[in-house]
Structure formats: C-alpha cells, structure tokens
Design a protein around this ligand. Structure first.
Ligand SMILES: Cc1ncc(CO)c(N)n1
Length: 222
C-alpha cells in the first residue's frame, strides 16, 4: 500500500518530531517536576499562540473546500475558545499572574515565529497551507500527550493534569484523525505548500519547548 501523504510529511521531519514529543517539557510535566517559572512562562507564551491559532482556524473555515470540513473546524474552534481558554484563565490565577504582569513579558522568538507562521498561512487563503500548520500543532501535541502516565500516576495539580487532558480527550484524537484525512485528501495536489508549512511548524514546535526553559518567569509562586 502506498503511504499516506500525512505520514510522508511526518517521516520527512521525523528527527525534529521526536525531539518535540520526547522533550524534557513533557517528561517534567508528567512527573510534576517542571519548575513553576518554566510552566508559567510557557503558558504566557502559549496564550499568545492561541490567539493566532483561532484566526488560523478561521482561515480553515474560509478555505475548506467541503461543507462537512467547515462544520468540523467550527466545532473545534468552540473547544479552543471554551475549555482551553478557561484553562489558561484558571492557570494564570493559580500563578498570580495578572494581565498587566503578562503584558510586561516580551514574546520569545518562538512565539514570534508562530505568530508569523499563523499570519502567513492565514493570508495564503490556501487550504493545504493552513492544513500544513494545523496538522502539526495538533498531531505533535497528541503524540506527546499520548505518552502520559495513567491518570492515577499523574501529578496532583490541575495545571499539569488539565494540560494533558486537553490533548488526549476523544474529541482531540478525532480532530487529529480528521486533519490527517484532510491532508491525505487535498495535500498531494498542493505538495509544495503543504510541505513548506508542515516543516516550518515542526521546527517552531521544538523551538517553543526549548525557549520555555531559556526564559522562565522569575519569582513565580502558587
Ligand atoms: C506551541 C503549541 N503547539 C500546539 C498546541 C496545541 O494546539 C499548543 N497549544 N501550543
């Protein structure tokens, strides 16, 4: 059987893929040893990621060539703007990080890269380009979260457990499946676009975890 295009894309980027899904970040999240300043810094940056991500989902809704796919994206954007957003708000409260505190923290270069990728992909209005980005961000998060220990062996704090749960619930696994099948369906006809955005996004994912360690927030307490 010929390999699916989504699998080809992942294989082409397998080294960086593995660096991301086996990163120190997820290991420390699983055993509860991640420093508070690292986790808080990561969440401050990821909250900025979320905004561009929602805009990109809007681009998926605009550019999808199929009404069923459009509906699927519309449901997913509700999830991101709902439960995931609530998680960010609760976490910032737990870390005593006000909006003003957060605003004083500059974007890391990894966050700047994501903002740029999201904006560029959004502006293409090209479904394969948009899918190239979305497929990576969701699939790579599914792959690290899939390695989490069973719930009874997870750390106590909701800050760790909910971040895992948001990337392993059935609806999330379904969205990854859906994104893969969309890429398998439309990617081959637009290979250059799909490849370019897929690769750039995988590189940005490794960078994002690395930079959380390079720029932890000082003096965090919860
Ligand atoms: C950096 C990054 N990549 C992927 C996801 C999952 O959407 C996320 N929340 N943050």
């Amino acid at each position: 059987m010929t390999e699916k295009f989504s699998e080809v894309l992942r294989e082409e980027n397998i080294e960086e893929w593995h660096k991301t899904i086996n990163h120190r970040f997820s290991k420390e999240l699983f055993d509860g040893t991640i420093a508070d300043g690292v986790m808080a810094g990561y969440l401050v940056q990821d909250y900025r990621f979320q905004d561009g991500f929602i805009a990109l989902l809007g681009a998926a809704i605009v550019s999808a060539d199929d009404p069923q796919a459009r509906l699927r994206f519309a449901r997913f954007v509700g999830e991101v703007a709902g439960d995931e957003h609530t998680y960010f708000v609760k976490s910032f409260e737990a870390f005593h990080l006000s909006a003003a505190d957060r605003e004083a923290i500059p974007d890391t270069s990894a966050t700047a890269s994501f903002k740029k990728i999201f904006k560029e992909a959004t502006d293409t209005r090209n479904y394969a380009a948009v899918l190239g980005v979305l497929l990576v961000t969701e699939w790579i998060y599914k792959d690290w979260a899939a390695q989490a220990p069973v719930p009874a062996e997870r750390p106590q704090s909701f800050i760790y457990t909910e971040w895992i749960e948001l990337h392993e619930y059935q609806g999330f696994l379904d969205i990854v499946k859906f994104l893969r099948s969309e890429m398998d369906r439309v990617g081959v006809a637009d290979q250059a676009m799909a490849r370019k955005y897929f690769k750039t996004t995988v590189d940005a994912e490794v960078d994002f975890f690395n930079s959380s360690y390079a720029a932890p927030i000082e003096g965090i307490e919860r």
